[in-house]
Write a protein that binds this ligand. Structure first.
Ligand code: ATP
Ligand code: MG
Length: 249
């Protein structure tokens, strides 16, 4: 029964013909996206391409105007964010929203409780594991507002991991870091993927993204321009044109 609707049993998460408009502004135009079990898929595209909006539709914070979202072979289009999170769709946000006065561990605990619905020993284990996987165990008691930017990124990852995702959507988690910090973050994200986590990563910092992802999708103006092997996608004339404003074709 699994994934009959996409025709590919390896597909764990899919958008089928997803459109989204905000009033008169149409932001997504019939987007098809397929995420395969165990892969790391990168999404690139110019500012305003609709990348974050697509994540919103996948995670359930934004209802699609048209089209379907499939997860594990089920049509989850009508599911709210909480139900999708508990089913295994986790995400980080382009603008992180930690509870600044709370400790690192308490921030992660809130995610385990409210995101995954965990209590008791399961909650404790999820928090410990998320802190350990992100290297935050030694900072567990620190208030979130005392963290540097790289550790805030780790916290954003830890909060997402505490919801125990099967698929993790990362929205520009590399932004604002120094090159050295970025390499540490890339190593961390790469280790999560190596442990079997399925990733979809929106990132403008291409060289960081390409260290982790095996497949790339480029969006522009609310549509998928090209997808496939990363070097081929970045060399695709429509992609070059989208980034350079028509300098190549
Ligand atoms: N809630 C909203 N209401 C109205 N317009 C919106 C809303 N959210 C996004 N948009 C518009 O949709 C378009 C796509 O925005 P989106 O944030 O998805 O782009 P993006 O590809 O993530 O860009 P960036 O790379 O800058 O993060 C933009 O024109 C944006 O202004
Ligand atoms: Mg965005």
């Amino acid at each position: 029964m699994a994934n009959l609707q996409t025709g590919d049993p390896a597909v764990v998460l899919a958008a089928l013909g997803v459109s989204k408009h905000f009033g008169a502004l149409q932001v997504l135009h019939g987007v098809d996206l397929q995420v395969r079990q165990g892969e790391a898929l990168g999404i690139v595209g110019p500012n305003g391409a609709g990348k974050t909006t697509l994540f919103g539709v996948l995670a359930g914070t934004l209802p699609a105007s048209h089209g379907q979202v499939l997860f594990d072979g089920c049509d989850i289009s009508a599911w709210d964010t909480a139900r999708r999170c508990r089913a295994g769709i986790g995400r980080t946000h382009q603008v992180p929203r930690p509870f600044l006065s709370m400790s690192v561990a308490d921030n992660v605990r809130v995610a385990a409780q409210h995101g995954a619905g965990l209590r008791g020993m399961a909650e404790v284990a999820a928090v410990q594991q998320a802190l350990a996987r992100t290297g935050l165990d030694t900072l567990a008691t620190r208030p979130a507002d005392t963290l540097g930017l790289l550790d805030r990124k780790r916290l954003e990852l830890a909060r997402a991991l505490a919801t125990q995702p099967k698929v993790l959507l990362l929205d520009e988690i590399g932004g604002g870091l120094t090159e050295a910090e970025l390499l540490q973050l890339v190593a961390l994200v790469g280790s999560l993927h190596a442990q079997g986590l399925t990733l979809v990563w929106i990132e403008h910092v291409l060289h960081a993204l390409l260290k982790v992802v095996g497949r790339l999708v480029c969006m522009d103006a609310g549509a998928v321009l090209a997808e496939g092997e990363p070097a081929a996608v970045m060399a695709h004339p429509r992609v070059v044109q989208a980034y350079l404003g028509g300098a190549a074709a």
